[in-house]
Design a protein around this ligand. Structure first.
Ligand code: 5CU
Length: 364
């Protein structure tokens, strides 16, 4: 009888105790707090400047134990038949942290997350957090230390890198260390696009424009800048997992490649020949999660990177059902159904877990 691969969720977040304490101690974004003049609002999480509206005591979004309690993660996994989760700190990580505080904060968060994983053997692994605001030497030190934590399988980073984006040469020692230690980089958006692009009526549409379009475009722009700057030519075995199926990279890869080939500035700088093409990079340096909520996006992803480079995810605890008490999450079902609809049995099994087990060594 064939042995089924476990179902693995590679895109699932947590705010561990050390991070929650930091958020509760702050009054500027990002922070967590209650509002005594509006107790029904409960505790709120405010992570985006646009959520920090001075006129509202119900700012941000409600935050409950599903964001920080490990038992809630396990309960969610059991309810959705997820065998293994590779948990990562949710945005905005330590991007905002004072440089002097960031190395210790990263260490505490990573130790917390490691302890959470150790309490659930075989069910939880993790991507570590980096003290990016502290600069490259501190980051490299934490990357090396992560190797001693048994459940760490890579790192999560935002699109700003050290503050100047992913085409910043100051990131090179970090790419080098990640390549050398064979740690997968999970690239995740947070900043979106400037709010002006959404127009005057954006607030009428809730969070739809920044989440549905801002996040994926942010990821697309940041990885394209990395590609254009030659990151994957210099660090040819660096591996990056892109959130939300690469934003729009799979769909736009042909256009990006064509724009490169038709660019006079790049030609005169001698940067068109001898580089890895966008298509080569998608097939040898990029993994994509399958968090794209539909067949069309998933087909673009598999066409670009191949079914062996796609991995199921949920984005838990974000996108919960709007109705209280619903046990099955629509967001999870939509992603799992798209995998079933697009792939045959063997490929679907790989995407749902087999690829993650292989790539992240979850059977060691
Ligand atoms: O709903 C949101 O804002 C988010 C977020 O902040 N991070 C994430 O991973 N998914 C949704």
């Amino acid at each position: 009888m064939a042995i089924m691969s476990p179902v693995v969720d590679v895109h699932t977040h947590i705010y561990p105790p050390a991070y929650v304490s930091l958020l509760r101690s702050r009054s500027a974004v990002p922070y967590m707090r209650t509002f005594p003049d509006n107790p029904e609002a409960g505790e709120r999480l405010v992570i985006l400047p646009s959520e920090d509206a001075a006129t509202s005591t119900a700012r941000g979004r409600p935050i409950g134990p599903e964001y920080y309690e490990e038992e809630e993660k396990i309960k969610f996994m059991d309810q959705h038949n997820i065998d293994i989760s590779v948990i990562s700190l949710a945005n905005p990580w330590l991007d905002w942290c004072e440089p002097a505080d960031a190395p210790e904060a990263a260490k505490q968060i990573n130790d917390d997350v490691e302890a959470v994983c150790a309490r659930h053997p075989g069910r939880l692994y993790a991507f570590g957090t980096l003290p990016l605001s502290a600069g490259a030497p501190a980051v490299v030190e934490e990357i090396k230390r992560l190797q001693s934590l048994k459940h760490m399988r890579g790192v999560i980073i935002g699109t700003s890198g050290l503050g100047a984006g992913l085409d910043d040469p100051a990131l090179h020692p970090i790419w080098q260390a990640l390549q050398e230690t064979k740690q997968l980089v999970f690239l995740h958006p947070h900043y979106g696009l400037p709010t002006s692009v959404y127009g005057d009526r954006a607030a009428d549409y809730g969070h739809v424009l920044p989440l549905a379009l801002g996040f994926p475009l942010e990821t697309t722009i940041s990885i394209t800048r990395a590609i254009l700057s030659g990151v994957f030519d210099t660090f040819s075995s660096l591996q990056i997992l892109l959130a939300h199926s690469g934003g729009t990279l799979p769909f736009l890869a042909g256009r990006i490649e064509s724009c490169i080939k038709h660019d006079g500035h790049l030609k005169s700088a001698g940067k068109i020949e001898g580089r890895k093409s966008v298509w080569d990079i998608l097939k040898s340096n990029i993994y994509l999660d399958a968090v794209v909520y539909g067949d069309a996006g998933l087909k673009a992803a598999v066409e670009a990177s191949g079914s062996d480079r796609l991995m199921f995810g949920t984005d838990h605890p974000f996108f919960p059902p709007l109705e209280e008490g619903e046990k099955e999450w629509l967001s999870v079902r939509t992603n799992a159904e798209a995998v079933k609809s697009v792939f045959g049995v063997k490929e679907a099994e790989d995407v749902m877990g087999g690829n993650a087990v292989r790539v992240l060594r979850l059977n060691e």
